[in-house]
Design a binder for this molecule. Structure first.
Ligand SMILES: NC(=O)c1ccc[n+]([C@@H]2O[C@H](COP(=O)([O-])OP(=O)(O)OC[C@H]3O[C@@H](n4cnc5c(N)ncnc54)[C@H](OP(=O)(O)O)[C@@H]3O)[C@@H](O)[C@H]2O)c1
Length: 285
């Protein structure tokens, strides 16, 4: 039977490449994006890979919470099942915690946390029904981040949203295990996508003259721009595709050498030494 995969945020980056890889692996992919006018890159990539007929485009903004159950029902009506949900859409909000306004922080949570929660809740009844009598209900794959496990300065909002996603997902996995639904967290380090350029958002006052932290924030922004090494995003899309085909996946998949180094240095080094190294690299002291 043809498997149906629903992916959010497929106009660029990890979502786009995952749509292509999953189509190549034989899934029928419902590739969603909040603005269908940004479909050019996905359509071109699908044509280049010879998988255009396996990819169906739909508009979906994960912060339009009330529309999500209807969108899922529509997909179910057309395809009769949803086997994989990849909660990928997201963005990163930068700025010292002191400078981020509450509405900006709420916006970050609306996309990176509540959007994933709302779409997952909309899909769960379908997967629950598929999981009756011991068969596989489906896979829910959350694209978290190394920032869901460790925090950097100047990205407290992003880290907080990904930490929330980690906690919610860890609980959900236990709750739906008996229903045959496999819940997974993918935790990438830095990968070369639009999140660092087109989709980066800086708090309104974070770099402005109004901010008491502006000089330090500018130094940090310069470090990110000039020093950060980013991996090949295909590693992440291939991993997600593998997880989607694994009947018994782990809870967590940390990916990227930088992510491994951050994770293990935080756990193994004395805390004060770890902070000293991190602050030196961040240049905010
Ligand atoms: N790249 C990295 O270094 C990295 C590392 C760790 C985790 N991640 C995570 O990976 C995921 C994908 O990011 P990416 O790196 O591939 O960045 P990206 O190229 O900027 O892609 C993000 C995608 O999310 C979409 N999006 C944003 N808000 C949305 C909304 N409200 N509804 C629907 N779609 C929305 C964007 O759509 P538009 O085209 O309309 O903006 C875009 O398609 C994110 O959750 C991110 O936190 C990335």
């Amino acid at each position: 039977m043809e498997k149906i995969a629903l992916i959010t945020g497929t106009s660029s980056g990890i979502g786009l490449l995952t749509a292509i890889d999953m189509a190549k692996a034989g899934f029928r992919v419902i590739a969603t994006m909040r603005d269908l006018s940004r479909n050019t890159r996905l359509l071109q990539a699908a044509a280049d890979a010879g998988v255009s007929d396996r990819i169906e485009l739909r508009r979906l903004d994960i912060t339009e919470f009330d529309s999500l159950p209807g969108a899922v029902a529509e997909i179910f009506r057309h395809h009769g099942r949803i086997d994989v949900l990849v909660n990928n859409a997201g963005y990163a909000l930068g700025g010292f915690a002191e400078d981020i306004q509450l509405d900006e922080l709420r916006g970050q949570f609306d996309t990176n946390f509540f959007g994933h929660v709302a779409l997952t809740r909309a899909v769960l009844p379908t997967m629950r029904a598929q999981g009756v009598s011991g068969s596989l209900g489906g896979h829910i794959i959350m694209i978290s981040s190394i920032s869901g496990l460790v925090s950097n300065p100047v990205t407290s909002s992003y880290s907080a949203s990904k930490h929330a996603l980690e906690g919610w997902t860890e609980s959900l996995r236990l709750e739906v295990r008996a229903l045959g639904i496999k819940v997974v967290l993918v935790e990438p380090g830095a990968y070369d996508t639009d999140i660092w350029e087109r989709n980066v958002r800086i708090g309104k006052i974070a770099l402005s003259e109004e901010s008491a932290n502006k000089d330090r924030a500018r130094r940090f922004a310069n470090v990110v721009k000039t020093k950060l090494r980013k991996g090949d995003t295909r590693e992440v899309s291939r991993l997600i595709t593998r997880i989607a085909q694994d009947p018994n996946p782990n809870l967590r998949y940390l990916i990227g050498k930088d992510a491994q180094i951050r994770y293990w240095s935080q756990r193994l080094l004395p805390w004060k030494l770890y902070e000293k190294i991190l602050l030196k690299a961040s240049q905010i002291d």
